[in-house]
Design a protein around this ligand. Structure first.
Ligand SMILES: NC(=O)c1ccc[n+]([C@@H]2O[C@H](COP(=O)([O-])OP(=O)(O)OC[C@H]3O[C@@H](n4cnc5c(N)ncnc54)[C@H](OP(=O)(O)O)[C@@H]3O)[C@@H](O)[C@H]2O)c1
Length: 291
């Protein structure tokens, strides 16, 4: 049985959908914090069990009988997040899994200026030191971040952010399909190549795309790092979150998310979703929608 965690989240739910196109439902299990939110999967014949990384004992039953476990990284940060991932890795192997897969990031690195990348590197290091089979899916930077962070630029006419750098924005849908294929075909040992769309865009180019697609002018406005951070805090964003978010610009400025690689398209056997197509689709459904 293949067990997927985070299956009520955006990426995990898409991975399960793609998996169910390839393997019978009785060979798929999900580990979710709230099984009621996975009622639809249970109705499709998927085994639904409660599992919370913050409560490692819950993972024994959630991972029971798993041959592979895909650990979707949790949306927390810092040492607590790494400890949860380590606990989940241990639980997966203890349950008898032959391989653990983990959703890492193309920019994973101990010296990254964006702290989630440091957390990913720490989890990868733990996996690697165990000496057991694992796959670390080095996912591209979610294209979904653009609507989430800059969607309002179309209304205001200004995309306001600190100086940035090129990013290979990648769609959840493509990453989910790649994860499902990797699980089914047993691909990759250790960290994968960067799983990214083929093109990079900085925020100047993103603003131009938003202008073109919406028919409304969007001007890229570069603000000082500290001014931006203070503005976020003034708008009610907690201080540590604002500092964390600033890190993404510092890291992109240093080129940490600029890598591209054909591996994703080779896995998919088709072109990856282009950013223009992704944003056009999101604009048609409203930038707040899921993509
Ligand atoms: N590649 C990138 O650019 C990028 C960008 C942002 C984030 N990420 C990482 O990718 C992950 C998946 O992305 P996403 O878009 O699917 O995010 P998401 O929709 O927020 O999903 C996160 C999932 O993590 C689960 N989770 C949180 N805490 C947990 C815990 N203690 N035990 C078990 N599961 C827990 C959540 O469970 P519930 O459904 O129960 O809440 C949810 O299903 C994120 O969590 C983050 O680590 C990557």
């Amino acid at each position: 049985m293949i067990v997927i965690t985070g299956a009520s989240g955006k990426l995990g739910s898409l991975v399960v959908d793609r998996l169910l196109e390839r393997v019978p439902a009785d060979q798929v299990g999900v580990s979710v914090r709230d099984p009621e939110r996975a009622d639809g999967l249970a109705a499709r014949g998927v085994r639904v069990r409660r599992g919370d990384f913050a409560e490692p004992s819950s993972l024994t039953a959630a991972f029971e009988g798993a041959t592979q476990v895909l650990l979707v990284s949790v949306n927390a940060i810092g040492p607590e997040k790494v400890a949860q991932h380590i606990g989940a890795v241990d639980a997966a192997y203890a349950a008898g899994a032959k391989r653990v897969l983990y959703t890492s990031h193309q920019g994973a690195g101990a010296a990254s200026l964006f702290s989630p990348m440091v957390d990913h590197a720490a989890t990868e290091e733990y996996l690697s030191a165990l000496g057991t089979p694992f796959t670390s899916l080095r996912n591209g930077y979610y294209a979904d971040t653009i609507p989430a962070l800059f969607g309002q630029a179309i209304e205001t006419g200004e995309l306001v952010a600190p100086a940035d750098g090129p990013v290979s924005w990648t769609a959840h849908a493509d990453l989910a399909e790649a994860a499902a294929r990797t699980l089914v075909d047993g691909l990759f040992d250790g960290p994968t190549p960067p799983l990214t769309a083929p093109d990079v865009y900085d925020l100047e180019q993103v603003a131009a795309l938003l202008s073109e697609l919406s028919g409304r002018p969007v001007r890229r406005v570069v603000v000082d790092d500290e001014e931006w951070r203070a503005g976020m805090v003034a708008r009610g964003v907690p201080e540590d979150r604002a500092t964390l978010l600033l890190g993404t610009f510092l890291a992109s400025r240093r080129g940490e998310f600029a890598a591209t690689d054909p591996a994703l398209e080779e896995l998919l056997g088709r072109p990856a979703t282009a950013l223009r197509e992704f944003l056009g689709h999101r604009l048609a459904g409203g930038l707040g929608g899921r993509g």
